[in-house]
Design a protein around this ligand. Structure first.
Ligand code: ADE
Length: 228
């Protein structure tokens, strides 16, 4: 898989994409993540990537030419399954969408900045608009990092323990049950007895009950989705 991220602030993406599981996945050749500075594709000598909006609203708008040039260049080199735009007015990102993206070949993620993006880019180039939540970030870079992180960890081989991505919170629509490690007693607080019992069926049953109980208490909205 290849993920191309288009931004005017590439510095924001250096660290989130180059540590831990994402770093290992890239080294292992599971994914190639390439960050592009949109400014390098500007058409004027001052390398402008934004301009005043027609109609006189406040704030600057990202110009179409540099983004069109860069995306056309990328698309001339390989096929992309999605051109994603990160924006607070996009569809709400969730585990289901992360799963779907992880099955694709190559994707482009275009990070919004300034007041917005010239609408022709959204109409003619972007195939998917994604929001990571109902709040406004200063730009789409952190959202792009969230998407890349949640997708890459799902690629086969990215996580050491094959099972663990499948047992994540949300993967079956429920929150994950609590987990414990040694010592079995700490500060007088004991690990639930059943986990020490060695009785696999009882442990599984306990985990399911806990997952349901936590979801009911903390995220009843997920349960409604799950019961549909
Ligand atoms: N850009 C600014 N805010 C955002 C959000 N909540 N999700 C995705 N991209 C954004």
């Amino acid at each position: 898989m290849r993920i191309d991220i288009l931004t005017v602030v590439p510095e924001l993406l250096v660290s989130p994409l180059n540590e831990s599981i994402l770093k290992r996945a890239q080294r292992a050749g599971l994914v190639e993540i390439v960050v592009h500075n949109i400014r390098d594709w500007a058409t004027d000598k001052h390398r402008h990537v934004d301009d005043y909006p027609f109609g006189g609203e406040a704030g600057m708008v990202m110009k179409p030419e540099p983004v069109f040039r860069l995306i056309s260049h990328l698309q001339s080199e390989r096929r992309y399954d999605e051109v994603i735009f990160t924006t607070p007015d996009g569809m709400q990102y969730d585990q289901r969408e992360a799963n779907r993206l992880s099955t694709l070949g190559n994707i482009i993620i275009l990070c919004g900045h300034y007041k917005g993006l010239d609408h022709r880019i959204r109409e003619h180039l972007v195939t998917r608009e994604i929001s990571i939540g109902d709040y406004v970030l200063t730009g789409g870079e952190l959202a792009a990092a969230v998407i890349a992180d949640s997708v890459v960890r799902l690629l086969p081989g990215a996580i050491g323990d094959e099972e663990s991505a499948l047992t994540d919170s949300f993967q079956d629509g429920l929150l994950a049950p609590p987990v414990y490690t040694r010592p079995a007693e700490f500060n007088g607080w004991a690990v639930p007895e059943v986990l020490l019992s060695g009785h696999d069926a009882r442990i599984e049953e306990w985990k399911e009950e806990q997952a349901l109980e936590r979801t009911r208490r903390l995220r009843p909205d997920l349960l409604e989705k799950w019961e549909d």
